[in-house]
Design a protein around this ligand. Sequence first.
Ligand SMILES: [Zn+2]
Length: 76
Amino acid sequence: MGKEKMRQTFEKFPEEATCPICGKNTDKECALVPIYGTGDGRIIASQPVHVECLLNGVMYYRDYDAIAANAPHGEK
Ligand SMILES: [Zn+2]
């Protein structure tokens, strides 16, 4: 993975996109999150996600060393 500046936040949410966490495209601040499996070593596709949804929905999976949003917070 390169060090290109991918992670930025934007004031406006793209009209044609849908936040994968809340399922809406409310016009709020968003961040571009790289999409796993779409990178070619130089560029990677990214998905707009509300910053608020990211912060409210994020969970760290210590056993897998992974962070996920839109994740179940409770027990199975
Ligand atoms: Zn959202």
